[in-house]
Design a protein around this ligand. Structure first.
Ligand SMILES: [Zn+2]
Length: 194
């Protein structure tokens, strides 16, 4: 009888644990396809590679190699592209502020911001306030911090964008990092931060 009670208790605990894990939909890590996320795995790879081209173009203008894009709700159409502009005008911040002026917040909630490197606290804040509901990033901020160190051109922070979003009031969904593209996305950084 005691064994039956213990088995039932254990099954109940496992049920609760399973329910909790099943509700992590907007905070998945490492990379995985989230249910209902507007961009599938193949599109994630394709869009990150395109954003990386924008990042490389930024270097040609003597800016750090960061690139971002805004995708329409279909997960395919590229609405905007942006490279890094300056120490304050990060690619994600610039694109987010322009998108806020151009598009309705309800529309932006269904859009996806794609960025080569995890958004910093400033950019994550802009994404939150602009009401962009989905984010894809390729490389974790901490990986770039290892390369930039305390370089005055980019004194990289160490603060997960998920931590910033979790402090807010809306379930912004994040996909990233994408380990299979890490070398590709870090290559322009390895060349730039010397
Ligand atoms: Zn930033």
């Amino acid at each position: 009888m005691k064994n039956i009670a213990m088995t039932v208790s254990l099954a109940f605990l496992l049920l609760i644990l399973g329910a909790c894990l099943g509700n992590r939909s907007w905070d998945e890590k490492p990379f995985s396809d989230l249910e209902g996320f507007p961009v599938n795995h193949q599109q994630v790879l394709k869009h990150l590679r395109t954003a990386n081209e924008t990042a490389k173009e930024a270097v040609e203008s003597n800016h750090p190699p960061f690139g971002a894009m805004l995708l329409a709700p279909d997960g395919e159409t590229v609405l905007m592209k942006q490279g890094n502009v300056s120490l304050m005008d990060h690619a994600e911040t610039v694109i987010t502020r322009q998108a806020f002026v151009k598009y309705d917040p309800d529309y932006l909630w269904k859009c996806t911001l794609v960025t080569t490197v995890e958004p910093c606290a400033m950019c994550a804040g802009n994404i939150y306030w602009a009401n962009i509901g989905n984010v894809v990033y390729g490389v974790e901020e901490i990986r770039v911090k290892e390369l930039t160190s305390a370089d005055k051109r980019n004194p990289t922070m160490k603060l997960s964008c998920r931590t910033v979003f979790a402090a807010g009031q809306k379930p912004i969904r994040v996909v990233g990092p994408v380990p299979e593209l890490e070398d590709e996305l870090l290559a322009p950084h390895r060349a730039y931060w010397k």
